[in-house]
Design a binder for this molecule. Sequence first.
Ligand SMILES: *Cc1c(COP(=O)(O)O)cnc(C)c1O
Length: 402
Amino acid sequence: MNDPKVTLPFPREPKYGQAEKDAVLKLLDDGHLSEINRGPATNALEAAFTRLTGTRHALSLNSGTASLHAALHAVGANPEAGVAVSPMTWISAITAVFQAGSYPVFCDIEPDSPNIAATAVAQSADECSAVLATHTWGIPARMDQLAKATELPIVEDCSHAHGAVYQGRAVGSWGAAGCFSLQESKAVSGGEGGVLTTSDREIYERALTLGHHPARLAAELTFPELWPLTGTGAAYKYRMPAVSAVIARQQLRSLPTRMLAAEQNLATLRKALEEYDAPIAWPSIGELSVRGWYGTPLTISARVPDPRALYEQCKAAGVPIRSQYEDWTQTPLLQRPDLAARYWPHLAASPYRLPTRDALPNYYKALRQMIVLKVPQVPASDYMEQVAEALATVLARAVLTA
Ligand SMILES: *Cc1c(COP(=O)(O)O)cnc(C)c1O
């Protein structure tokens, strides 16, 4: 007998619809693609992000990486003390720490989530100047526990979690600053782009000095110690193109509908997988919380003897699986300070320590036991039923051979 396979195509709508097209055409008609000040496109997007997150300020930048650099700079990351990070994130959320003049201190993730653990942060806090917490795969990090674990400023990397809420409060509003990538694979795309959110005026202004135009600095800087930078800024070119801003503005409008469809699709999948008794531990998002969408992590509760084979079997069965991030801690850039110091000379004299596997048991367990699915953002219950049947069959086999 043939194993069940997913035969329906992955349900999706075109990434950019009529609203995005109209917005771009209008921008071209207006004739301004470059806003050196807080022009109409920039202003509309920034205002929309303050509404999404409930923060006082939002600053548009030209990438998520730039927003991380700006946020880490603004909260005071420095060469004498590191920044607590988890390895389960995109590499930018590690290299931005170098870029901001500091170095990463790797902390383990929680046993039951893909996010940095408050206990690990508490242990590393003495050697750190800040914490960088990614809401990995859209699962909100436990921000209340992180805040209890340390007095250090926390920067949230919300690049997987646009629109997510933790305990009644939007991600991007819990920490000293929130950072969102608008790169095309993210739930809100501007093609490229980034947004920094904060309710702290000083953090906002310091972030502004890093890469915005003197015209905007002159209009907005209020802190006397930043005034000397008004005419120059500090060297980077981090402004968002207006075309990215108007596209992302429209993507934000459709976000709630897409999140709801994804939520329903995941519920269909979960119900079906529970009926198949599939060995999966479902992430607990918690009360008054809403997850974001950038892949859906599922933890296999039986031992997975060969994670690579499981991945290949899922692919072969048409299960919409995505690969996990590679283990950044073991890459040459992180293991060879001489290499990293070519780009960031401050590292030559920094207390950076090479990451070791022993310090990250939950992370290595998750690399073996976790798969990450793509969930459609349009109604797709038939498709999800097919995925559930195919995945349950693959898992039953993987567990049998365990
Ligand atoms: C995409 C991403 C980034 C980087 O964003 P860019 O816009 O590509 O610079 C940073 N952190 C995480 C977690 C991401 O997924």
